[in-house]
Design a binder for this molecule. Structure first.
Ligand SMILES: Nc1ncnc2c1ncn2[C@@H]1O[C@H](COP(=O)(O)OP(=O)(O)OP(=O)(O)O)[C@@H](O)[C@H]1O
Ligand SMILES: *[C@@H]1O[C@H](CO)[C@@H](O)[C@H](O)[C@H]1NC(C)=O
Ligand SMILES: *[C@@H]1O[C@H](CO)[C@@H](O)[C@H](O)[C@H]1NC(C)=O
Ligand SMILES: *[C@@H]1O[C@H](CO)[C@@H](O)[C@H](O)[C@H]1NC(C)=O
Length: 354
């Protein structure tokens, strides 16, 4: 009898204790989910920990520096910067890892003298577009050198290998990946409404090329790096752009970038009609699709982006959404899905424990 009653009481007590624990665990999960979402929101909307790092024009401040310094001059670059090794080679520039006063920095040098104009155009853009969206300029010299902040993760092309590394696995989520896509769209919105007028990201004839113009920062943000080909769209002057003087092919570039007159008429730059910044919008779905990768939740996300991305791929440029509308829709979808996963996270946690 004693044994029985004890047996009767014991499971009941256990159940109460378990229930208590379960509520605690559920509460804990809710709180941690909340903080995780808050943290993500913070990371997402404050544009990184360097939230108050902006300096007056012509100045910069690296992480850990108290004051803003003016851009290094030729003399300072020559005496204070030590070149270490080649880390990148494009058509226009050679990029070296270098040291400056204990900081790792990136030194770019013009590689091919024919591209001097592109180099100086890139420098003008870098100077004029300094912001959270663009790599930090630290100095330059008319002898064709540019000093910028170094980002050890390299270009956005590396995103998969970086996020798949053992110690970054916890960041390999749709939230982090989508945030990169949002920042990419935010940069395009900035570029299309920039202080230097509406600009088009022309150096983007295929996916790899497009990704290689952006760097991934160590705290997983996107900054535009290569600004060598940003022609101006001046609507009031009726001025549109062409991305280079050569014929473009393939379906990564927008339809209006293709030669419209068929095979009968040979390509001629004089006859090729110009276009506007909506070419950048056409390319957004491909870039975002790549950035989202294949992780839990990225396919659900793709479904939510289906309509917007279809609009980006409209043949008529003027029917495509603006970069701002892409950003707004992305942010709305992000919020919707984080709220959903917050709820399902809490519920499944609770029901599993019960
Ligand atoms: N600040 C940096 N930190 C880390 N890596 C960098 C940095 N700047 C450039 N790189 C690396 O060097 C590569 C080439 O740089 P960049 O795109 O500026 O050269 P480019 O000659 O202008 O290229 P393109 O052929 O696209 O014109 C980048 O894709 C990147 O991998
Ligand atoms: C800096 O952070 C604050 C609060 O997190 C935010 O309101 C503000 O917009 C941020 N500023 C910039 C320039 O990102
Ligand atoms: C941001 O930096 C400026 C200049 O260093 C400083 O005066 C200002 O107080 C800072 N603001 C915040 C909110 O930290
Ligand atoms: C656009 O063209 C007009 C008229 O030619 C000119 O006044 C204006 O400065 C140009 N805008 C930019 C951003 O260059």
């Amino acid at each position: 009898m004693l044994g029985l009653s004890a047996d009767n009481h014991h499971p009941l007590m256990l159940q109460r204790v378990t229930l208590g624990l379960v509520s605690l665990v559920a509460a804990f999960l809710t709180v941690t989910t909340f903080f995780r979402v808050e943290l993500l929101h913070h990371l997402l909307w404050s544009n990184g920990p360097e939230n108050n790092s902006s300096c007056p024009y012509g100045h910069f401040r690296l992480v850990g520096m108290k004051d803003c310094l003016s851009w290094l001059s030729c003399e300072m670059m020559q005496s204070e910067v030590t070149v270490m090794k080649l880390i990148g080679q494009g058509a226009v520039k050679q990029v070296f890892l270098a040291h400056w006063k204990g900081n790792k920095v990136a030194l770019s040098r013009l590689a091919v003298s024919e591209f001097s104009n592109d180099f100086f155009h890139g420098l003008e853009m870098l100077k004029g577009l300094q912001s959270v969206y663009v790599v930090k300029l630290l100095g330059y010299c008319e002898d064709h050198t540019i000093l910028t902040e170094y980002h050890r993760f390299g270009s956005l092309t590396n995103i998969n290998s970086i996020l798949e590394q053992e110690d970054h696995r916890s960041f390999n989520t749709w939230e982090v990946r989508f945030r990169l896509a949002i920042e990419y769209a935010m940069f395009l919105h900035f570029l299309h409404n920039s202080p230097l007028g509406p600009r088009v990201m022309c150096d983007s004839n295929d996916l790899g090329k497009t990704l290689s113009q952006y760097l991934l920062t160590a705290d997983l943000h996107v900054v535009a790096n290569d600004l060598d080909a940003l022609p101006l769209v001046n609507r009031s002057a009726g001025l549109l752009v062409k991305c280079g003087a050569r014929q473009l092919q393939g379906d990564f570039v927008s339809p209006e970038q293709l030669w419209p007159f068929g095979d009968d008429l040979p390509f001629s730059d004089d006859l090729m009609p110009p276009y506007d910044e909506k070419t950048d919008i056409w390319k957004i779905p491909d870039v975002t699709d790549f950035l989202l990768g294949q992780v839990e939740g990225s396919d659900v996300l793709r479904l939510h982006l289906f309509q917007l991305h279809r609009d980006c791929k409209r043949n008529l440029p003027q029917q495509r959404p603006s970069a701002l509308r892409v950003v707004q829709t992305y942010k709305a979808v992000y919020t919707l899905l984080t709220q959903e996963s917050e709820l399902s996270g809490t519920y499944s946690g609770t029901s599993r424990d019960l």
